[in-house]
Design a protein around this ligand. Structure first.
Ligand SMILES: [Zn+2]
Length: 221
C-alpha cells in the first residue's frame, strides 16, 4: 500500500467508498454499479453529469485529498455570534483527474467531508501535454497550450513550460497542479489575488478549458 498515513484515520464512509452498501439513486449510478460503465472517461465522452460521489469512488479509487483552505465564517444571529467552518478541498490522482469542492459546517471536520464530496461531483479530466516551444517533447509533463480561467475578479493563466522548470505557482495552485500530474508550468494571476478561494477556483476553471479546445489530434480520432 502507499504511505498515506492520513487515510488510515479517515472516516468509515471513506473506507467503504468502493461502492459497497451503496444504493444508487441515479440511472448513471445504476449503470456504474451494474458494471455497464467501467471507465470515468466514458462518462465524460457521453456527457453524463455525476450526481453521486460513489460513482467516483468506484471508477477512480484511491484519489488523494488535499485541504487547500479552511476558515471560520462568523455569522451574527439573535442568539449572538455563531461560527461556521468553511473548507476548500482538492482531489486528484496525479494522472489527469482533478476535482475541487467547498463545504460549510459547524464542525471543521464535517466541512472538510462536505467539501470532499463536492469535489467528487466536480471531478474533471485535464488534458496534459507539452506546449512548450523550448522543450517540444511529446511527454505529458505540462499542458498542450496556454489556458486561462476566471473566478470573480481573479484571472489565472497557465502557460506551458519546459521540462525541469517545476511548478511556478503559489501554494494552493501548486497543490492543485500536483494533483493533476502536471510537473512544469508557469502561472500568472491577476485581480484580487489575496483571496485564495478565488485563485484556486480560477485555476480549476483554467484546467477545465484544456478539454474545451479542439486540437488537430481530435480530428484524427
Ligand atoms: Zn516538453
Amino acid at each position: 500500500m502507499s504511505s498515506e498515513s492520513e487515510s488510515e484515520s479517515e472516516s468509515e464512509s471513506e473506507a467503504e467508498g468502493e461502492g459497497e452498501g451503496w444504493i444508487p439513486r441515479t440511472s448513471l449510478g445504476k449503470l456504474v454499479q451494474a458494471g455497464k460503465i467501467t471507465s470515468i472517461e466514458d462518462i465524460f465522452i457521453q456527457g453524463y453529469r455525476i450526481m453521486e460521489p460513489e460513482i467516483v469512488d468506484v471508477l477512480l479509487p484511491g484519489l488523494e485529498v488535499e485541504v487547500l483552505d479552511t476558515g471560520l465564517v462568523q455569522k451574527q444571529t439573535d442568539a449572538g455570534e455563531k461560527g461556521r467552518f468553511r473548507a476548500i478541498v482538492a482531489i486528484g490522482n496525479r494522472n489527469g483527474w482533478i476535482g475541487l469542492g467547498s463545504g460549510k459546517a459547524k464542525q471543521w471536520r464535517t466541512a472538510i467531508e462536505k467539501a470532499t464530496l463536492d469535489a467528487k461531483l466536480n471531478i474533471t479530466p485535464v488534458r496534459r501535454g507539452c506546449g512548450s516551444r523550448e522543450c517540444a517533447c511529446d511527454q505529458p509533463h505540462s499542458l498542450p497550450f496556454k489556458v486561462r480561467g476566471k473566478c470573480g475578479s481573479v484571472i489565472v493563466e497557465l502557460i506551458p513550460g519546459p521540462r525541469g522548470l517545476g511548478l511556478v505557482a503559489s501554494e494552493g495552485v501548486k497543490t492543485i497542479l500536483q494533483l493533476t500530474g502536471i510537473r512544469d508550468i508557469w502561472t500568472r494571476a491577476y485581480g484580487s489575488t489575496r483571496t485564495r478561494a478565488s485563485i484556486v477556483y480560477a485555476t480549476f476553471n483554467a484546467l477545465k478549458e484544456t478539454f474545451k479546445v479542439v486540437t488537430p489530434q481530435d480530428w484524427a480520432t
